[in-house]
Write a protein that binds this ligand. Sequence first.
Ligand code: ADP
Ligand code: MG
Length: 690
Amino acid sequence: MTDRKQINFSEAKKLLEKYDIKVSGEICINKIEALSNTAEHLGYPVVLKTNSEKKVHKSDIGAVIINIKNREELENAVKKIDENIKKAGFERQEEFLLQKMAASGFEILVGAHQDPVFGPLIIVGSGGKYVELLKDSAPGIGLLTEEDVKEMISLTKAGKVIDGYRGEPLDKKVIISIAISISRLMAENRDILEIDLNPIVLYKDGFSLVDVRVIKGNPVFTEAAPEIPEKRKNSLNKILNPESVAIIGASRPGKMGGIIIKNCLRIKKLYPVNPKLDYVQGLKCYKTVKDLPEAPDVGIFLINAEGVVYEFEEFCKIGGKGAIILSDGFAEVGRKDLDDKLLELSQKYGVAYIGPNCLGVINNFTGLNSFFIPEHRTSIIEKPNGIGIISQSGGIGMEIIEMLKIDNMKLGKLVSIGNASGSGIAEILDNMGEDPEISVIGIYLEGIKNGRQFLDIGKKVTKKKPVLIIKGGTGGGAEATMSHTASLAGNLDAFRACCRQAGFYLIETMTEDPKVMVNVLSLLTTNPMASGNRVAIVSVGGGAGILLADQATDSGMNLAVFSEETKYALRDLIKAKKIFGGNPVDILGDCDDDRLLEAIKIIDKDPNVDAIITAIYLQVPYLSEYLPDRLVDLKRSMRKPMLVSPRGFSDYVSSTRKYLSEKDFPTYTIPMIKPMCIALKIWEEYGKTF
Ligand code: ADP
Ligand code: MG
């Protein structure tokens, strides 16, 4: 791009020195007398380099000569670089950069660029010639704190060296302060698009910065995090927790406006609005919002887009508190102007809205359900629990409900935000964060509009409750994402950094399956907490246990080492002749109900075990039809989380799983190890049961 340009060494040096970052070297004209004087003044040995802004890797074309010990070597070096530059097709240099030869040390990289969603993105990692090959760096966003940089460093292999891997620890403070300064520099100079400090040669004490690249261009501004006005917060709160609901576009059964009435019949103050109907589904129908007996907490709109804009204003005028706009025909089809009008009205009247182009809100505590999918085609959950879901896609939101339902799980609240021209993910997260009925939050996210607001609110919410995220559009899907929700997909590195700094659990598995997140939520809300990640794996038949153990260790869990007591008890139980008690434990195919239950009880008591995973072949002859009920009772008395995976796909296995789920005892197949791993981390971090 023509508007991007590398600034020259002296300018870059001046800029960095303003931020207390000392750059090694001086510019000198290409005359041997002058060069020699500068070298004398710096003190041999010196390093001679080209001073061109055009070359990204100076050493690649032989334009860096190190360890020059005297005037004679200097003269040769000048000749050599002149030659190499000519060979590479560049003009003769008028100026050279001369530096004192830095003592050898460990080469670190600190780099930065401007991210349009999150602001400055800083990376720290291994530096030198092999940066691209090693790819050892960690990102951070925004104005970094000491804690942020420490964590970034700890995520890299370079961090291990800095901490003294096979040697003395290096000056970490220096890297922390440089990274913090660079984040400030980038935040205060939005026209500095990129900075590369590579390498920073790091020592036990201090550093030498021998190469800098600073790219300047058209400034990239990032929106600041807006405060959510109190009135809007209250309005959003009414939308998510309404007592009275008007349905603008109410209709007969079979139409969208009819499905919603049916879904919301638990709400006592339900007001259908449709000028053509007097009664609908046994309820009095109102001609317009002006005829309503009271100003409702929420208006659900499902008329055409132009009509919505008009009716929304009428709704605001009668004192309606908040809106859910299900209708499509807005930004997603190129009518951003209609979204803009909604937003303008929303700001004018202080009335928040969700949507447009969404499935809206489910609140199982009050009975609100604006999803317009026919009941017999999807799954409806009515029993509430502490799970809150926010989804940028209505379809994925629906799938998540179906996935929960298949295990007979409960659901507290779910919001599908659609275009989110009004209240976006961050505002809803803020609301659920303060909601005492919600204990754990899952988000399906594609892109965010205001990265800094998302980060700030995230930091606040994750102090109180865990937030899980699955992100669409991390790979080739990014473009589809942009048109899908008419919002901007953030760069993945920046997004990862945001998740880490906010304390979100980003589920990175590239799976087509949101079930990973659903199973984390299920494990968290149906088990007591664990206080570590030492798992015991119990299997009926060896193979399944071995496969699970491999996956468990691969995803970072530890296999528990049983206490002597446990080992002996297990040996007695299985009547094994030799000492028995490895993990995974195979309790063998001739296992009966008593043996299985007893094995679990023994392991539940072992202080060296934090959680239990069981792989059970219900098919074997001596496990009985009465086992499921006994498992349910046992689980109630257990102190540790237990994940039960009935193996196989026979009708008997399926019906038993269904039976167990109806007893609020979800069982698991794939995916379960990754979800368990995340659940263990969350229990450890929050130290409580959800
Ligand atoms: P480029 O990255 O454009 O190839 P550098 O200025 O980073 O050029 O030089 C390449 C390598 O040469 C550095 O990674 C470092 O190992 C070494 N080097 C450069 N300058 C010095 C110096 N002043 N002292 C010691 N080594 C240096
Ligand atoms: Mg370099």
